[in-house]
Design a protein around this ligand. Structure first.
Ligand code: ADP
Length: 419
């Protein structure tokens, strides 16, 4: 039987909903409320699928109706929303200075912390609040594990000028995407740092020519890997983007380490995580990655996409791989760094080992070092390889390949049309 619950929320409280089965339909009956910074429209029904986790927060009180027996929901008045609102107010002060004096720039803030502490959610809230003030911030996502902007294994940026859709998130139809090709920076640290620098450079160029972006500022989401080399990646990213503030969510040691290692002009804040964030297991994370790729090709129940499958001949494509075999130091040409092999682009022959592999489409005309630094045109998945006929069957969002250079990733996706 369908369950209908009407809940009255007091001011500064939130209703947390985890959809365990089926779907949950949410409607704002009275008052004002928002989901991660996007305001709900009164009497509009929002549907959340199994696996979703959201919080409906209200500053001034609201009545919410929740329909669906598989929705596990509870109300909490212990939320860090007011802290996040204060962070937003501080960013707004910096924007005002940038607005009145073109020699200043807008805020550059980086969110760091372990996995599942709500970093992406806080980025979404801060972007939404700034859009509600008429700003156009840039959201940078360095978390190659989740791939919120494109598919897992990428880092990128979107230029935001409208609030995130409650169900679909931000409009990612024209993202700036770099292919890292793996879900953890540990798989190729030199490449990760190089791409972070490249992305920072492109963002700086955008801010130099686009005043709205410059004022709106840059909000940066990062990976949850905060120890050892992961920590160094965060320090490098803070430097590359020249951030002036870092918010550490729920990790005192990380806060102290960053205070020690980042320049003193960088403001470092330690903030609590929301009790509503959910800790995901390795398996759940893998499932959510696969769902992300599925969404890239097939869309969502509310905005379906129809991908294509077609065959290409081995001879019609060029496959590039970033990272060559490591040569012993004695064999390296004079002046070459040992690490260079990690960022060397080489050609590989198509073979059956490519089955289920995600490939990035590079705009380059040939396999060259440019493959690394050029933003990608999209992704395809190898559904089948036929060595006899020397053909690959590709799953593609586009009707035909816009370029012949495809870049290997270590990410797999099993295309199941009945999914
Ligand atoms: P991180 O980026 O640190 O890995 P996320 O922002 O992805 O963390 O949050 C983890 C999960 O918790 C997501 O499913 C998100 O929707 C959920 N979540 C975040 N904040 C809340 C909240 N206040 N109530 C309920 N769920 C939340």
């Amino acid at each position: 039987m369908t369950e209908v619950n009407e809940m009255k929320l007091k001011e500064d409280t939130e209703l947390r909903i985890g959809v365990e089965e089926g779907e949950a339909i949410v409607e704002l009956i009275e008052g004002r409320a928002e989901i991660f910074g996007s305001e709900l429209e009164k009497h509009k029904r929002y549907t959340f699928q199994k696996g979703s986790r959201v919080a409906i927060f209200t500053y001034e009180g609201a009545t919410i109706e929740v329909v669906g027996s598989g929705a596990n929901s509870y109300t909490s008045d212990q939320t860090p929303m007011v802290i996040y609102l204060n962070t937003h107010a501080a960013l707004e002060q910096i924007r005002k200075v940038a607005e009145s004096d073109p020699s200043h720039r807008g805020p550059r803030i980086m969110l760091v912390g372990p996995t599942d502490v709500g970093k992406s959610t806080v980025c979404r809230i801060l972007c939404n609040y700034s859009v509600r003030m008429g700003r156009s911030p840039i959201l940078v996502d360095l978390d190659v594990g989740q791939g919120d902007i494109s598919v897992p294994g990428t880092m990128g940026a979107i230029f935001i000028n409208k609030m995130a859709d409650i169900m679909e998130g931000f409009d990612c139809s024209r993202p700036l995407v770099y292919n890292f090709g793996a879900t953890s920076p540990s798989e190729n640290l030199p490449l990760y740092d190089l791409l972070v620098k490249e992305l920072a450079e492109v963002i700086n160029q955008r801010c130099a020519v686009n005043r709205d972006s410059n004022i709106g500022g840059v909000i940066i989401n990062t990976c949850g890997w905060v120890h050892g080399d992961g920590y160094q990646c965060l320090v490098n990213a803070a430097e590359a983007f020249e951030v002036e503030s870092v918010v550490v969510i729920d990790h005192e040691r990380l806060y102290n380490d960053l205070k020690r290692d980042l320049p003193s002009f960088v403001k470092i804040l330690h903030q609590p995580k929301s009790g509503g964030t959910e800790t995901r297991s390795k398996e759940m994370r893998a499932t959510s990655r696969s769902e992300r790729i599925h969404k890239y090709f097939y869309g969502t129940p509310w905005s379906r996409l129809n991908p294509y499958t077609f065959e290409v001949n081995f001879s019609d494509i060029l496959i590039a791989k970033i990272g060559a075999e490591r040569l012993p130091e004695s064999c390296l040409p004079f002046g070459t760094k040992v690490d260079d092999h990690n960022t060397k682009v080489v050609s590989v022959r198509p073979s059956s080992s490519l089955v289920h592999t995600v490939l990035a489409i590079s705009p380059c005309a040939a396999v060259s070092q440019n493959v690394i630094k050029d933003t990608v045109l999209g992704f395809v998945v190898v559904n089948e390889v036929n060595e006899e006929t020397q053909t690959l069957t590709l799953l593609s969002a586009q009707q035909e390949l816009p370029s012949k250079v495809l870049v290997l990733t270590s990410i797999k996706f099993v295309d199941d049309r009945n999914h």
